[in-house]
Design a protein around this ligand. Structure first.
Ligand SMILES: Nc1ncnc2c1ncn2[C@@H]1O[C@H](COP(=O)(O)OP(=O)(O)OP(=O)(O)O)[C@@H](O)[C@H]1O
Ligand SMILES: [Mg+2]
Length: 406
């Protein structure tokens, strides 16, 4: 049976001793410490995390009302019971308003004290239980979507699509977006966004056991579009130290904190890529219109099918140019799967945007390539045009999750 841990706060040592005696015979209660004034009470609360604090009102240095205010704000897990004497009604009212859970008037008997502690403790347990359930439900409700941009061929435009899609989801639809560069050997997302990573995925390896939301946040680069970026390792040889377990942890943290987690990948099935495919809600399988790519993509789709991922796959045809021998319809027939989207070829614009480090969805939002990316973003969001954006604006006003400039 877990003990109820109690901190006694009173400037009179004999009073503390008396209270200890009153609680001594109760098997469920353990006095974990004493404090002589409000300031010491705050320090001991921070150190000991008591379940219950028995707090006197009139004390030197910092009185019980002020201490109650600070503790309720910073350590709400510790419930405060005020110990007052007759005639302290005004102080008592202020202490209750400051966050005390209950009060007990001195002198009290052992039974009165113990039953008050039990009552407050049980109410606190119920409150914590409901709060945990509520926050679990909220985090499920807020869980973001993972989109893995993949292909079994290099150079087909995965990174171009991942970067611009991330920007479009953030800029055009006001989603919070994290972009992860899982092309661990030759990832170039940071270059495409003109960002200079100080720390990357491989630096996280040594911090695996402490890795949490706050630590991961300190690794994310901020881009002007609002997206956050986790860069690929600085050198190809660091790729092998990034374990699938680390990737799994990173994705889990990010999807609890962002509406979308976009993952760029190399053109092969590595262990970290398999994790990104497992976690994906949608796999954007990118291909271009040439025979070697088609052959590899067909094989890749078979592998994804054997991994039971085929339902999540959306095939995206990049650099769609008419009149080059193979038509989109022939591609669909060969692969046995419809094309979910087509992105036109625009060498001049795309290369200019890469060289400047500014995604074309930002620099040339009116271009056909940017429009086709916006359509994919819309498709992912599952809405239609202005209606989707309106819905997002309303949602954001409700939850205040992102700042809205428009
Ligand atoms: N729609 C497009 N029109 C014209 N050029 C494009 C288009 N999409 C991508 N490119 C160009 O194709 C090249 C490869 O693109 P990108 O680096 O995005 O491909 P990738 O699949 O990520 O390659 P890798 O497998 O090497 O990581 C780049 O030079 C890019 O500028
Ligand atoms: Mg790439």
């Amino acid at each position: 049976m877990e003990k109820i841990r109690v901190l006694i706060v009173d400037d009179v040592p004999e009073t503390c001793e008396n209270i200890r005696c009153l609680l001594h015979f109760d098997p469920r209660i353990e006095v974990v410490g004493e404090a002589r004034d409000g300031e010491e009470a705050i320090k001991k609360t921070e150190k000991l995390h008591p379940d219950i604090i028995l707090m006197d009102i009139n004390m030197p240095v910092l009185d019980g009302v002020a201490a109650t205010e600070t503790i309720s704000l910073h350590f709400p897990e510790s419930a405060i019971i005020i110990m007052s004497v007759q005639g302290e009604q005004e102080y008592l009212r202020r202490a209750m308003a400051a966050g005390a859970r209950e009060y007990i008037v001195k002198p009290f008997t052992s039974d009165e004290l113990v039953s008050t502690i039990y009552r407050v403790y049980e109410l606190e347990q119920k409150r914590k239980f409901h709060y945990r359930r509520w926050s679990d439900q909220m985090s499920r409700f807020r869980e973001g979507k993972v989109v893995t941009v993949f292909s079994t061929k290099g150079g087909v435009g995965k990174t171009t699509i991942a970067v611009n899609l991330a920007v479009s989801l953030a800029k055009d639809f006001r989603y919070s977006v994290a972009l992860v560069d899982l092309d661990l050997q030759f990832g170039d997302i940071a270059v495409m966004l003109n960002l200079k990573p100080r720390q990357t995925l491989s630096d996280l390896v040594t911090e695996y056991s402490q890795l949490d939301e706050e630590l991961l946040n300190s690794y994310l680069l901020h881009h002007t579009s609002g997206i956050r970026v986790l860069a690929a390792p600085a050198r190809p040889e660091y790729a092998e130290i990034v374990s699938p377990e680390l990737v799994e942890k990173v994705i889990n943290i990010l999807k609890n904190n962002y509406d979308y987690v976009l993952i760029d990948t190399p053109g092969i099935f590595t262990d970290p890529v398999l994790v990104a495919l497992d976690y994906a809600h949608t796999i954007l399988f990118v291909l271009s219109l040439d025979l070697p790519t088609l052959k590899n993509v067909k094989l890749g789709l078979e592998v994804l099918d054997s991994l039971h991922h085929k339902d999540k796959v959306k095939v995206v045809l990049n650099r769609a140019i008419p009149e080059i021998g193979i038509t989109p319809t022939e591609v669909e027939k060969t692969l046995g799967i419809p094309l979910a989207a087509q992105i036109p070829s625009d060498g001049r614009l795309v290369v200019k945007s890469v060289n400047k480090g500014i995604p074309f969805c930002l620099s040339d939002p009116q271009s056909r390539v940017a429009e086709s990316i916006r359509q994919i973003a819309l498709h992912l969001a599952g809405g239609d045009g202005d209606q989707e954006l309106e819905k997002r604006k309303r949602g954001l006003r409700l939850f205040g999750r992102l700042s809205f400039n428009s």
